[in-house]
Structures are given as structure tokens and as C-alpha cells.
Design a protein around this ligand. Structure first.
Ligand SMILES: [Zn+2]
Length: 130
């Protein structure tokens, strides 16, 4: 994936249906990165499960076992976080296609440009996010 330079036009602002191409690219790039991260995490988790399964560790007496259990929990948390992010990105892409992107889902007002730039997949404005 090549990071294409967004075409910035002076007329662009969040909520505008036309001229959102760089948002599409931004979301696509973020989605690709998240999918990649998710795949990496799942590989890591599979490797831990595989290694802990074959070693048949005793969790109670083996400090290694406790570490593995913690590691698995940590990975599970990261995986569900990445999945949530992916769902958010997909929802943002759907809003973009529907023409409602950049509008707060909670209060209906436009989401600030700075917030959208920092979190392109966000569905709510800064006031509603609190
Ligand atoms: Zn709002």
C-alpha cells in the first residue's frame, strides 16, 4: 500500500460529501494497518497456545505458566481492541459512502476537522466523546 498524498482543496471540510477522497485513503490505510496488526496478534496468540500446550506447564508451580497466562490475557485484550477499531473503521467507511461522514452520531453537529484528522474513524464529536 503506497501512502498516496491526499489532494487538499481549500473547499474541503468535514461533513462535505464531495472531496472526501483523502479521508477514504486515510481510512483504507488505517484499516490495512489494523488488519495487519490483528493478524500479527493472532499469530502470536496461536504460537503461545501451541507452545504452552505442548509443554504441559503447571500454572500453579511454574512461574513461566503464570507469565504465559498473563501474556495470553494481554494478547486477547489487544485483539479485541483491534477488532473494535476495525469495526469502527468499517462503520466510518459506510458513513462516508452514505454521505453522513464527519457528522456526530450523537448530537448531529459536524465533528471538528482536527479531531477527524487525529481519529478519522470517530463517530462522535469531542463534546459527545467525553
Ligand atoms: Zn456530538
Amino acid at each position: 500500500m503506497t501512502p498516496a498524498r491526499p489532494l487538499r482543496t481549500a473547499a474541503w471540510y468535514p461533513g462535505r460529501v464531495t472531496g472526501n477522497q483523502h479521508v477514504t485513503q486515510l481510512l483504507a490505510a488505517e484499516r490495512a494497518a489494523t488488519v495487519e496488526r490483528l493478524a500479527g496478534l493472532e499469530r502470536e496468540r496461536a504460537a503461545i497456545i501451541e507452545s504452552s500446550g505442548s509443554a504441559a506447564t503447571d500454572d500453579e508451580h511454574d512461574p513461566e505458566g503464570a507469565t504465559i497466562a498473563f501474556e495470553r490475557q494481554h494478547l486477547a485484550a489487544l485483539i479485541s481492541q483491534a477488532r473494535g477499531q476495525l469495526a469502527q473503521i468499517d462503520a466510518a467507511m459506510a458513513r462516508l459512502a452514505a454521505g453522513s461522514y464527519g457528522r456526530c452520531e450523537s448530537c448531529g453537529r459536524p465533528i471538528g476537522a482536527a479531531r477527524l484528522a487525529a481519529r478519522p474513524a470517530t463517530a462522535v464529536c469531542i463534546d459527545c466523546a467525553g
